[in-house]
Design a binder for this molecule. Sequence first.
Ligand code: ZN
Length: 238
Amino acid sequence: MKIKAIVLKGQNAKEKDKNILLFSLEEGKIWATLKGVRGEKAKMKYAKEPFCFGDFIVEEGKGSKIVTSVDIIEPFDELAQDIDKYFEGNALLEIVNELKFDSEKVQIFINLIKALKTLAFHKTSKYACLIKFLIDIFSIYGLTLYSPKCTSCGSEFHDHIFINYTVGELCCKSCEPFQSEEIGKGEYNILKLLSTNDYDKLPTIKFSEELGLKLLKVLVTNFEYRFDKQLKLIGILN
Ligand SMILES: [Zn+2]
């Protein structure tokens, strides 16, 4: 079968084989083997690296699926040349790796490619692509986070805005529930801008690394509550 896919991660296998986890538009996540690909002269050696995006031909082998050919669309080499971009890109792959999905896969796939292209080829505020990706993940699963008004009482937000982790929605001070955290005006503003603009607008949205990281931590906590999965985000959270 022919699938449009991106490599999420790989594991060395016997001889010079490598097993790769592909995230495909057609089939979601599937493991497949690249035969003899760890040799210097291996024809498909570029296809074993995370971020490699292409058209893969995958056939049923003995006990596992085998990649028989790859037509690379975009290797995203730029991400390996900038350590900050690399960590942010890796975080995007980690999130997809942790998610379970069915019909959501098409929207997640499209968003992942958009996020990686924006990260690799445009100048954006640090964490902008990662924050936007997480915000959109919540929406894809019907758990939209941004709201212009308190989701509990419907009043306009003034000074104090809280995220209610029990349901993953925003509320005001009077409605502040038990499991909640206050979101500052600055973070709320980034949340609003990144919720209401698409990836092509990201280079025009500027914010500090400090504010971005604060909002990112709130989103990661919300992700853990919503999907019951811990995110490591190596190079960003630790
Ligand atoms: Zn309220």
